[in-house]
Design a protein around this ligand. Structure first.
Ligand SMILES: [Zn+2]
Length: 156
């Protein structure tokens, strides 16, 4: 496209809508200025219709509220992730302790039972052996149940 020395003046006239007689006369005979007039007026019309169109942006308070909710959710997710890993570790340690100590405890109780059998009277034997075993069993099973319950509650 060739340039014309009136181009800037034509652009200004299109924007302002004020055409001098000389410029109007030139535009009728110049192809470049006729095209500039056509394109510029179309662009101006387009820009005006865009500006007139009301953009429906969401309420900034809603955006802020959602962002703060997301932030809180992420913080609590991070905090509970550590807790749930600690619960899993507790469960694993509990299972390991049970697996390691239960056979030894049973044989210890059997040996102690044989020893105690000589020194204690027979009616006291079940209470002597059962009480510590029951305390240990209740402690470990409570820990394991708590870990399982927390795991279940976290998933649902
Ligand atoms: Zn021209």
């Amino acid at each position: 496209m060739k340039n014309c020395s009136y181009e800037e003046a034509v652009m200004t006239a299109v924007r302002s809508g004020q055409w001098s007689d000389e410029l109007l006369e030139h535009r009728e005979s110049c192809l470049v200025c006729a095209e500039v007039t056509l394109v510029a007026s179309l662009l101006i019309t387009d820009a005006e219709s865009l500006a007139a169109e009301e953009l429906s942006l969401p309420d900034p308070r809603l955006l802020w509220f959602r962002a703060s909710l997301d932030k809180r959710r992420n913080v609590s997710l991070r905090a509970t992730m550590l807790i749930s890993w600690m619960q899993r570790a507790t469960l694993a340690v509990t299972v390991g302790i049970l697996a390691f100590f239960v056979p030894n405890l049973l044989s210890m109780f059997r040996g102690a039972g044989r020893q105690i059998l000589g020194s204690l009277s027979l009616p006291d034997l079940p209470a002597t052996v059962a009480a510590p075993a029951l305390v240990l069993l209740l402690t470990f099973s409570t820990l394991a149940l708590m870990a399982l319950w927390n795991e279940y509650a976290e998933r649902s």
